[in-house]
Design a protein around this ligand. Structure first.
Ligand code: OFO
Length: 178
């Protein structure tokens, strides 16, 4: 049975993963309307991954005798300033998620819940990869600067990346790739 503090913290994380999924879904939809098909494919896939992160937490909480709560979510932004701004927001959001995962790990240690601590190690490694990938993308966009033609090639690269991550089941496929 989960301690109340741990189940509350896990439910907070469920909400964060759900809102991450909505946030990336809004970015994907915006990119699609801008004709950026590669970028939108990558972001649709990213949104699906965050939903999977949420689901994994819900199932774990339920298996441990507590209740994984499906949260109400705020409407994410509808439009975005630029591709660069989208990925800067992805990066800062992932950094925030990593911070929250670390706090969660800390709560488990304080509560001596080593089972949940062990379960969370998957999230710890996932966050290292997701942050590294987002950082790499932001760095590429910084190199492009205002080069509009460059965005065309960047979008094609993202299409390939989306296909690669979809085939490999997530950030795992990014190891060594980009
Ligand atoms: Fe990328 O946030 Fe989930 O864990």
């Amino acid at each position: 049975m989960l301690a109340k503090k741990v189940s509350e913290a896990l439910n907070k994380q469920i909400e964060l993963e759900a809102s991450s999924s909505q946030f990336y879904l809004a970015m994907a939809s915006w990119a699609e309307t801008e004709g950026l098909n590669g970028i939108s494919a990558f972001l649709y896939h990213h949104a699906d991954e965050e939903r999977m992160h949420m689901l994994k937490l819900i199932k774990f909480v339920n298996e441990r005798g507590a209740h994984g709560i499906v949260p109400a979510l705020k409407q994410p932004p509808v439009t975005f300033k630029s591709v660069k701004s989208v990925f800067e927001q992805v990066l800062s959001h992932e950094v925030k998620v990593s911070d929250e995962i670390n706090k969660l790990v800390d709560t488990c240690l304080k509560e001596k819940d080593y089972t949940t601590h062990n379960f969370l190690q998957w999230y710890v490694s996932e966050q290292i990869e997701e942050e590294a990938l987002a950082r790499k993308i932001v760095d590429k966009l910084k190199l492009l600067g205002d080069d509009k033609g460059g965005i065309y090639f960047f979008d094609r690269d993202m299409e390939a990346l989306a296909a690669q991550t979809a085939a490999g089941g997530g950030a795992e496929a990014d190891k060594g790739g980009k």
